[in-house]
Write a protein that binds this ligand. Structure first.
Ligand SMILES: *Cc1c(COP(=O)(O)O)cnc(C)c1O
Length: 369
């Protein structure tokens, strides 16, 4: 019997274990922020940004950033309909209204023309989510933002290792956010990062994330506003520091797996894979196959075929507008149509070529069925 193939699992070595052990043993008192400070420094250097704040999750980082931009009731935030709930939840919790637009058929990211068309006097931000590591068209979005005076924010949770030209995903918007959940390219178990080059915004988020306590307030335990508590623990940060030392290896692993899927599936008609347009680097968090419409292959068939082969595969994100808490959006043609004939492939760092070949065989089998 062959073993079950998991879709993702983190790459944890003796380095992560030794740092976490050190943090558990010694990271208290005067040392209680050592790994946190180091992770924030290392991540800022990796990304090429001025400021970073480690958080308990990417969702928390997004919540803080949007709150610091003053987003609240009456405001609208534009984003792609194809997204994980985490990107939209903070918008809803802040009392603002999410506005969904369709995705492009090739990059699976927000269609910039539809983004611009969706702008109203209430639009406060445009959220660029780099889906599965594929970059949003940042030239167009940043230009739209500038012309309309609207903040572009980047949810780069899936885009560690992705870049737009020389600029890394998450480093271009008013702020960027990252996730270190166990399924992501780099992990701290649960965790996230807020990043920005805007010093005033950084200070606002720092205060908000510290229960409203301003760094310059001389009185102890004297918050100046009702803030939030979305902090990462020093023990989690210790694991993150080890992952940062190995970040190139972790990113290369994802790219190697994608490259091998491309080899295995070269010459197979009727499917398309993650794209990497000229000038763009895709971190390939999640290799994905979209079956052409005329193959007739459906999401439901794929789920069943992978189950039969004892392989974990994930469905392409449902359009948010198909979830019960949002209004239906029939105009999201690509978001609805692509999700119905696509599947995410396993891509854990230590995946070997034999396991990838098993995955490719299921894809080829689905086309013959
Ligand atoms: C994983 C993910 C999140 C949520 O990250 P958490 O750390 O679990 O909060 C947010 N946005 C995107 C695009 C994600 O992929």
């Amino acid at each position: 019997m062959t073993a079950r193939i998991a879709y993702t699992k983190p790459s944890i070595t003796e380095l992560e274990v030794s740092y976490a052990t050190d943090a558990a043993r010694n990271g208290w008192g005067a040392q209680c922020y050592d790994y946190l400070n180091r992770l924030e420094r290392d991540f800022a250097a990796h990304l090429g940004v001025r400021h970073t704040i480690a958080t308990s999750s990417c969702t928390g980082a997004l919540h803080l950033g949007l709150a610091a931009l003053g987003i609240g009731p009456g405001d609208e935030v534009i984003m792609a309909d194809t997204n994980w709930i985490a990107s939209v939840a903070p918008v809803v919790h802040l009392g603002a209204t999410p506005v969904f637009v369709d995705i492009l058929a090739d990059t699976w990211c927000a269609d910039p023309a539809q983004v611009e068309a969706a702008i109203t006097p209430r639009t406060k931000a445009i959220m660029a989510v780099h889906l599965y590591g594929s970059m949003c068209d940042m030239n167009r979005l940043l230009d739209v933002g500038e012309r309309h005076g609207i903040a572009i924010v980047e949810d780069a949770a899936e885009a560690i290792g992705s870049a737009w030209g020389e600029k890394r995903a998450g480093s271009m918007g008013a702020f960027g956010t990252f996730s270190f959940h166990g399924t992501k390219t780099m992990t701290t178990g649960e965790g996230g990062m807020f990043v920005t080059n805007d010093t005033a915004l950084f200070e606002k988020v720092n205060t908000l994330s510290n229960h409203g306590r301003d760094a310059s307030e001389p009185r102890q335990f004297f918050p100046l506003m009702t803030g939030y508590k979305f902090k990462m623990s020093n023990i989690a940060a210790a694991i993150g520091c080890a992952q940062m030392e190995r970040i190139d290896e972790l990113i290369d692993g994802k790219r190697r797996i994608m490259a091998h899927y491309r080899e295995l599936l070269a010459g197979v008609n009727g499917i398309s894979l993650n794209v990497e347009p000229a000038g763009v680097t895709n971190g390939y968090w999640m290799p994905t196959v979209v079956f052409d419409r005329d193959t007739g292959v459906s999401r439901e068939q794929l789920i069943e075929a992978f189950k039969q082969a004892d392989i974990d595969a994930r469905v392409f994100f449902w359009p948010l507008s198909e979830l019960p808490m949002f209004e239906a959006r029939p105009g999201s043609t690509n978001a609805r149509d692509i999700a119905a004939r696509a599947i995410n492939l396993p891509s854990y760092h230590d995946m070997d070529e034999a396991a990838q070949a098993r995955v490719a065989d299921v894809i080829k089998g689905a086309l013959k069925a």
